[in-house]
Write a protein that binds this ligand. Structure first.
Ligand code: PAP
Length: 340
């Protein structure tokens, strides 16, 4: 995969500083100063400021840290990959734009949610003006942990919606995503589930460690309740209507009594449901500008699918590991029971 121009310099002690770089030697210097896990070909994960950032996004992450200016009206959707990002993009876009479009004409019906909500980590550096020129409120997304967010995102009045997911399901979803990214046989050979599992237990996965990611936003959400809404995929699945209402309130556009009476909340939940989105033509046959098939974002959409892939010993091990890491934080995930 093509490595784009890095615009940050290494901090000699930690390899994580953000300064202007002017030449390729410095780019190489930055990369060589960071711990690296090679995945395949020239695709690696770099440990940047404590987070395993995929090489294709590293430049973009450094770029947003340096250049992105958040607005008070921004809505930032943050997540570790495979935690419900696509779902939340659809829900937030629809909730926020419901007075602009009739639900029967909402652009979600013709565009994948990822096209409607730009992913800052790669699109800001590639096309900064397209995001700078968006009218407010902008809905944007990122996979960076809380500690790596651009400064202005944290200090201004922008709102952050964070979604996470049971780590077992997240891992299995992530593994399938890797299989979908590259020819299955190659990925299977290089990355059998056992290997991806072992790496994740060491914290090595896209934007991992998982526990650091969830804890960063969890702690921040407890300190700044009006600014950060912390959600779990399983809770949405259990009662999506409740969360649609909660999201609208958090985003400053609560449903009116009349809207509630007209069933708008339920209609939005249905519109953004897995089955509905998956079966839209655009998500069956369309592709993102990157060439990525839209269908890869809609696999099963079920809670507990990991039980079909992980052995009991793998599940127990990961559950215990995450429990230990989250110990004392107040954050827990419901257990996924393995059927016998
Ligand atoms: P991303 O980080 O690459 O954007 P993300 O959307 O966070 O991916 O996660 C994809 C998961 O959400 C997939 O889970 P699975 O592999 O276990 O099936 C995908 O199926 C699921 N998903 C996508 N859209 C929805 C939706 N509308 N409702 C519920 N789950 C969904």
């Amino acid at each position: 995969m093509h490595m784009e121009k890095i615009i940050a310099s290494p901090n000699s002690s930690s390899g994580s500083g953000v300064e202007e770089l002017t030449n390729n030697d410095n780019i190489e210097e930055l990369l060589s100063s960071l711990p690296c896990e090679k995945l395949w070909d020239n695709y690696s994960l770099y440990l940047y400021q404590g987070c395993w950032v995929p090489s294709i996004f590293l430049n973009g992450v450094i770029y947003i840290q340096k250049h992105f200016q958040a607005r008070d009206t921004d809505i930032i959707l943050a997540s570790i990959p495979k935690s419900g990002t696509t779902w939340l993009k659809a829900l937030i876009f629809t909730i926020v734009n419901r007075s602009r479009y009739a639900l029967s004409e909402i652009p979600l019906l013709a565009s994948n949610p990822h096209e409607l909500v730009p992913f800052l980590d790669n699109s800001y550096m590639k096309n900064r003006s397209s995001i700078d020129n968006l009218s407010s409120p902008r809905i944007l997304s990122t996979h960076v942990p809380f500690a790596l967010l651009p400064h202005s995102t944290v200090t201004c009045n922008s709102r952050i919606v964070y979604t996470c997911r049971n780590p077992l399901d997240q891992l299995v979803s992530y593994w399938h995503f890797l299989l979908a990214l590259y020819p299955e046989q190659t990925t299977m050979r290089l990355f059998p589930l056992e290997k991806v599992f072992e790496m994740a237990c060491q914290g090595v996965q896209f934007y991992g460690p998982f526990w650091k990611h969830v804890l960063g936003y969890w702690k921040a959400s407890l300190e700044q309740t009006g600014k950060i809404l912390f959600l779990k995929y399983e809770d949405l699945e259990e009662d999506v209507n409740f969360h649609v209402k909660r999201l609208a309130e958090f985003l400053g556009c609560p449903f009116s009594v009349d809207e509630e009476r007209r069933g708008v909340i339920k209609a939005i939940s249905k519109l953004c449901s897995f089955d509905h989105l998956k079966n839209l033509e655009v998500n069956k046959s369309g592709k993102l500008p990157s060439g990525h098939a839209n269908s890869t974002f809609f696999r099963k959409g079920k809670v507990g699918d990991s039980r079909n892939y992980l052995t009991s010993s793998m599940s127990n091990h990961l559950e215990k590991l995450i429990e230990d890491k989250l110990n004392g934080s107040g954050l827990t995930f419901k257990k996924i029971i393995k059927s016998s």
